[in-house]
Design a protein around this ligand. Structure first.
Ligand code: ATR
Length: 270
């Protein structure tokens, strides 16, 4: 029987994770099977129990289960602890459940390794203040950026997230209409793109030589990717590379083998 892994969330039908992990498995010669499970938060413990009985060794957790997965994990990595959300579960044979969050490292690796973005000394703006943003703040700060501004439609949430990470460096929170100055990198971590919208941000906040990055992706350029292009960004990227990189980090946690991501990103773009 093959070692079993899966992604769990709602909706899950269009998840690219099975395709990505099967590609990693073929590339590295790891004999695994990777499935998708449609799941609701309140039933997560039941799914995990059943999954274990089928030789399930690990799960990727996506919307809306990341906070529930955080609660269920008996042990959590530092980055998951700070994020308050877990996207990777490791089901140990002795019954313990380890939780990690590979989203932030996925974003950082895509920008720095796949696109050669230099974080050091940069002024960064991140839009949104939900789970997606909480998952990336610590890994971003660890890259040596000089300032992080978190701007959100609901101001109080931006202020709360900024306060949670304040010990890591210069971080502040504000409303979308209160963004001032210019940024070397603007990251969209809002869910606005899901409804084809652009967060209500002013023009002229991208520095000369600035970059844009949308944590979302789609078959067509997202509204935010288009906005970045219109603002003259050197690069305006979507989150497909982040998706593959976070998957690679999960694969590494489970199998102790680091897959090549470039061919898989290329396959998905193709
Ligand atoms: P996730 O876990 O994906 O981050 P979430 O916790 O529901 O999801 O957070 C969604 C984020 O997208 C929030 O920051 C939300 O702003 P509010 O806190 O004001 O709700 C943001 N968002 C969603 N739709 C948006 C829109 N149309 N314009 C701007 N921000 C939006």
């Amino acid at each position: 029987m093959k070692d079993l892994y899966a992604v769990i969330g709602t909706p899950i039908q269009h998840s690219k994770s099975p395709q990505i992990h099967q590609a990693f498995a073929e590339q590295t010669g790891e004999d695994i099977h990777y499935d998708r499970i449609l799941g609701q938060p309140e039933k997560l413990p039941l799914y995990i129990k059943a999954f274990r009985e089928m030789r399930g060794l690990g799960l990727n957790v996506t919307v809306p289960l990341k906070e529930e997965a955080f609660q269920l994990a008996n042990e959590r990595s530092d980055r998951a602890e700070r994020a308050g959300a877990v996207n990777t579960l490791i089901l140990l044979e002795d019954g313990r459940i380890q939780g990690d969050n590979t989203d932030g490292i996925g974003l950082v690796r895509d920008l720095s390794l796949n696109h050669d973005f230099k974080f050091k000394g940069k002024r960064v703006l991140i839009l949104g203040a939900g789970g997606a943003v909480r998952g990336v703040v610590q890994p971003l700060m660890e890259q040596g950026i000089c300032e992080l501004v978190i701007a959100n439609r609901t101001v109080s949430k931006a202020e709360t997230v900024a306060a949670t990470f304040a010990d890591l460096g210069l971080i502040s929170g504000c409303g979308l209409d209160a963004i001032t100055g210019e940024f070397d990198l603007i990251i969209n971590g809002t869910a606005a793109g899901l409804s084809g919208e652009l967060p209500a941000i002013p023009d002229g906040i991208l520095a000369k030589e600035g970059w844009c990055y949308d944590m979302m992706y789609g078959d067509q350029p997202t509204p935010f990717v288009r906005w970045g292009e219109a603002q003259g960004a050197v690069e305006s990227l979507d989150g497909l590379g982040m998706l593959v990189e976070q998957a690679a980090e999960s694969f590494y946690l489970w199998r102790d083998v680091r897959p090549e991501t470039a061919p898989v990103i290329q396959m998905l773009r193709g």
